[in-house]
Structure formats: C-alpha cells, structure tokens
Design a protein around this ligand. Structure first.
Ligand SMILES: Cc1cc2nc3c(=O)[nH]c(=O)nc-3n(C[C@H](O)[C@H](O)[C@H](O)COP(=O)(O)O)c2cc1C
Length: 362
C-alpha cells in the first residue's frame, strides 16, 4: 500500500476504532493541583491574559497545539485546511503529519504537496511545524541526502520548527522491522543542520514516551526540545494492529505521559506534553509539571469529525477549542495564578501513586 492511501486508512481507523490505551493511563490523574481560592485578580473565561504565552517567537492565545496527524493524500487536504483554519482562528500552533509523501528528495509525489501547503496558506500567522520520521532520515543520511530532505520539509510549509518522530514500536508492528543503526550519527547531523539553519528541531515520540536514558542521550547530542507523546492516549501499535500488524503484549507499551514530562523537564529540555491530552485540566497539569505547552492529536481529530466518518464539523472543533481555552484559564486562576508563568512558578501540587514510583527512576 502506498504511503498516500495509508494516510486515509489511518484516519478512518482512529475515528472508527478503539485505538487508545485501555489499561494504561497518562497518570496525569495522579497530579493534584492544590486549590487556591485567593487569586488577587478579576477572572473571566474569555480573558486571554490568563492563558497567553510564547512559542517559537510567536505570542499564542493558549499553551495548546494541534498535534501531527495528516497530509499526503488528496483527501487529507480538507482535513489540514480545517485544522489550519482552527489554528489561525484560535492563534495556536499546528504540526502537519509526516511530509515524506510529498518530498521529491525522498521519492515522494509532489502532486500531494497541496495537502500540506494548505497549512501555510491558511495558518499564516501562527507557528507551523513540519514533521519527518527518524528511520527515513537515517536512510537519507546513508544516501548523502539528509540535508535535502530537511530543507525540503521546512520549505514546504515555511515551517518555524521541524519535528523528527521516533517510533520504533509502531514501525515493528507495521512492518516487522525497523532500521535504526546509525541513529546517533544521523541525529548528530540533524542537530548540526538545525544549528546552521536556525530552524529548531523537536524530537518527538508518537505515544510511548521517553525514558530518562533516552532523554539523556538526546541532551548529550545537543537537543533542547522534545515532544514527549507518552502512553495513555492513542496507541500507534493498536492502530497498526487494525491494519494487520502484530503487537501482542506490546500494544500498551510506553511511559505514561505525566512521567515522561517529568523526566524531560528534569533533563533540562523545553517540553511539549502530548499523548492522551483530553481537556484544559490536562494542559494545566502538564504546565505545572514544567511543560511549555501541550498537544493533542486524537481529541482534535474527533472534534472535527464527531460522527466518526470523514464528514467534518468545523463548528464542533471550534466548540472544543473554545472549551479548551476556558478550561485552561479556569485551571490557572483556580491554582492561584494570573498567567502561565505564575502557574509554573507556584508549583502547588502533589503527586500520588503510582506516578510517584516513576519519579524514583533517574
Ligand atoms: C491519524 C493520526 C496520524 C498521525 N500521524 C503522525 C505523523 O505523521 N507523525 C507524527 O509524528 N505523529 C503522528 N501521529 C501521532 C500523534 O501526533 C500523537 O503523537 C499521538 O497520537 C498521541 O497523541 P494523542 O493521544 O493526542 O492522539 C498521528 C496520530 C494520529 C491519530
């Protein structure tokens, strides 16, 4: 099956099937923010000053972004167009799905480039993030074409950053193998290229999170930004099982999102929290643990397609994002803070088991 038709199949599976972790959770429920009713401020759910923050040199309305999902098939253009419309309307960042399918240097089909370019055309005044997979870049590095791929991926949507996703579990469930030999050499080059070009790189998982050891490796290679995408939300292994792959006992493999956020913050990284982010309280909890912002993929997609078919409902997505903004502002105010920075500084929370057990691991 071509990469292009796989994109549509992925959308249909995540809309129609049970693809989330069932036994494992994000463990954000183990973070309890201590209620503080004495905030010295007037509050209204529409007051953006409670949620406004900075990201990649932009001021955004809330610390929330639309996670990497799609592009690469003609039918995905409308999906990216509506997601980009929402990003622009709410002034929040947006990531595309892997752009490999459209890149000449990676053997892609430039005729599907439109499905990504629409993000640049519609989301003109917010941070745009391109996306490629590490395994593909290892292969490109062997061919001496790594720089071409990175440049093309950024240029495609005039991206302000690029995410490099690392997804060995998904790859082995999908294909039975993954090629990661030469990983450090490739990551080193990706980092050097980012330093030269000034386009930040965000290393990203896709739903299994990062351990302290993997984060220390990334820090050692120079990387400063990570999108943790831990366990508790969409399981990419389950998605691939619906496509005939075998995950067996590994379908729920992964480090819960809350633990992965804490590990990444401890490693000194600038952190995007992701994997199972469902509402504004999850975002506020991620921030109080030290994340810079949070991202959601599945919840955003299901808000755009509430009937679970490919019939979009933009108003429903707008309602979801309006509620998200309100919930984030309520959470910040009720924690005794007047803005995102004050929330982070206050650190007024407790951590309950079993999340606490993960913290003993360094
Ligand atoms: C339909 C779909 C397609 C995805 N495609 C990509 C992709 O191309 N690149 C990537 O880095 N992550 C991709 N992801 C993973 C998400 O960005 C995210 O890391 C993961 O789904 C966990 O977040 P969630 O629980 O909010 O869905 C995809 C997720 C979904 C649901």
């Amino acid at each position: 099956m071509s990469t292009s038709s796989r994109k549509i199949e992925h959308l249909l599976i995540v809309l129609g099937k049970d693809v989330e972790y069932r036994e494992k959770t994000t463990l954000l429920e183990c973070v309890e923010i201590l209620h503080d009713p004495l905030t010295d401020a007037d509050f209204s759910v529409d007051d953006e000053s409670f949620s406004r923050t900075d990201f990649l040199g932009f001021t955004i309305s809330m610390p929330f972004m639309i996670g990497a999902m799609t592009g690469g098939h003609p039918d995905t253009k409308i999906v990216n167009e509506l997601l980009a419309k929402a990003a622009e309307e709410f002034r929040i960042p947006i990531a595309t799905g892997s752009v490999k399918a459209a890149l000449r240097s990676m053997g892609g089909d430039p005729s599907v480039a439109d499905s990504y370019i629409v993000v640049k055309e519609v989301a003109q005044s917010v941070p745009r993030i391109s996306n490629l997979g590490l395994e593909d870049l290892i292969i490109m590095n062997e061919k001496g074409k790594l720089e071409d791929a990175l440049t093309e991926a950024v240029d495609l949507i005039d991206a302000h950053a690029i995410q490099i996703h690392i997804n060995p579990l998904q790859e082995i469930v999908q294909k039975g193998y993954v090629k990661q030999r030469g990983l450090e050499k490739t990551l080193k080059k990706i980092y050097e290229r980012s330093e030269e070009s000034g386009v930040p790189v965000i290393i990203k998982e896709v739903g299994s999170g990062f351990s302290p050891a993997s984060l220390n490796k990334l820090v050692g290679l120079g990387f400063k930004r990570v999108d943790v995408e831990g366990a508790g939300g969409t399981s990419r292994a389950k998605v691939e099982e619906y496509r005939g792959g075998y995950a067996g006992p590994y379908a729920e493999r992964g480090i819960p999102t809350a633990a992965s956020i804490i590990y990444a913050v401890r490693a000194g990284m600038n952190v995007i929290a992701g994997g199972g982010i469902r509402n504004g309280l999850d975002v506020v909890k991620s921030l109080i643990l030290g994340a810079h912002l949070a991202a959601a993929a599945l919840r955003v997609l299901r808000a755009l397609f509430p009937k679970r078919t490919l019939e979009p409902d933009y108003e429903n997505l707008r309602d979801f994002l309006t509620k998200m903004a309100h919930e984030i502002r309520m959470g910040i105010f009720l924690s005794g803070a007047r803005n995102v920075n004050e929330l982070r500084l206050r650190q007024n929370y407790v951590i309950k088991p079993p999340l606490i057990y993960y913290l003993q691991r360094t």
